[in-house]
Ligand binder design. Structure first.
Ligand SMILES: NC(=O)c1ccc[n+]([C@@H]2O[C@H](COP(=O)([O-])OP(=O)(O)OC[C@H]3O[C@@H](n4cnc5c(N)ncnc54)[C@H](OP(=O)(O)O)[C@@H]3O)[C@@H](O)[C@H]2O)c1
Length: 249
């Protein structure tokens, strides 16, 4: 594979898809900065990367505190001596029950899934644009393809993140920057554990492998993980609104 990452930041590296991506990047030779809130989980991931012969650094950060992202980004880039790849995998999806209208939950999703994402991906895009290389990977979701009744805040945050990544791709890919939007279907992580109605469930390791394989193509694109969700997205997007609002999807 021509694509090689020597220095990476993974935001949301303490569990699930972000953890798996961090491990796989480290296994392929990258020094990885692991960012999230739970220090003990970050230490666990870092320790296992080091035990396997890799290099990892831990930085505790709450992505909801978006004003702290740019200074921390700069500090980590200095620590790593440069940057080839930033992965934004942090995300929250609180349970929303039928008839619930909870602004605090909506706000948390927008703060972490969208504002935190922009706060981290913006400085990375700027840096990659200036150095004429680099890969920016955003973990969005198929949930952003349509406004589903179950969780308006989550769908909104992911639709907006996908759009932001598309805009940034159109802005910086001409500078040689690889901007990759990942839209997973159902992945077996803490976020989905115990949820009903899941199908085509893949492991976090498999989702990470597919994510990095798409990024390695270096063709600045959006992709579904696994790819068969593209068909679901096509169908879901083509359902007229007057029918979609009657569905429980
Ligand atoms: N699982 C799925 O089926 C699925 C499907 C589509 C998209 N996704 C997306 O994939 C991404 C990864 O989710 P996952 O499934 O791997 O779930 P997960 O295991 O719950 O991982 C979520 C990660 O986000 C981090 N995070 C959450 N809030 C944060 C905050 N305020 N500040 C910093 N980090 C924060 C968590 O770390 P701390 O708690 O330590 O902060 C954790 O590392 C999310 O963006 C999610 O929306 C998941």
């Amino acid at each position: 594979m021509a694509w090689s990452v020597k220095r990476a930041i993974v935001v949301g590296a303490s569990s699930g898809i972000g953890e798996a991506i961090a491990r796989q990047l480290a296994a392929s030779g990258a020094e990885v900065a692991l960012v999230a809130r739970r220090k003990e989980e970050l230490d666990r991931v870092a320790e296992s990367i080091r035990t396997a012969g890799g290099k990892a650094f831990v930085h505790v950060h709450d992505a909801a505190h978006s004003s702290e992202a740019a200074p921390l980004f700069d500090a980590i880039v200095t620590e790593l001596g440069g940057l080839d790849c930033l992965v934004y995998a942090a995300g929250v999806m609180p349970e929303i029950v039928e008839g619930e209208f909870d602004f605090a939950k909506d706000r948390a999703m927008v703060e972490v899934n969208l504002l935190g994402a922009i706060a981290w991906c913006g400085p990375a895009a700027q840096r990659f644009s200036a150095q004429k290389s680099g890969t920016l990977i955003g973990i969005s979701s198929i949930a952003g393809e349509r406004g589903r009744r179950g969780n308006p805040g989550y769908c909104t945050s992911k639709a907006a993140f996908s759009t932001w990544l598309e805009s940034m791709r159109n802005r910086v890919s001409r500078d040689g920057v690889n901007v990759v939007t990942i839209k997973p279907g159902f992945v077996d992580t803490a976020m989905t554990r115990g949820k009903k109605g899941l199908f085509w469930l893949v492991s976090a390791d498999d989702a990470a492998r597919m994510t990095l394989a798409l990024a390695a193509k270096e063709n600045s694109a959006a992709g579904f993980v696994p790819g068969r969700w593209a068909l679901v997205a096509l169908v879901v997007r083509s359902i007229p609104s007057f029918i979609f609002r009657r569905m429980n999807f």
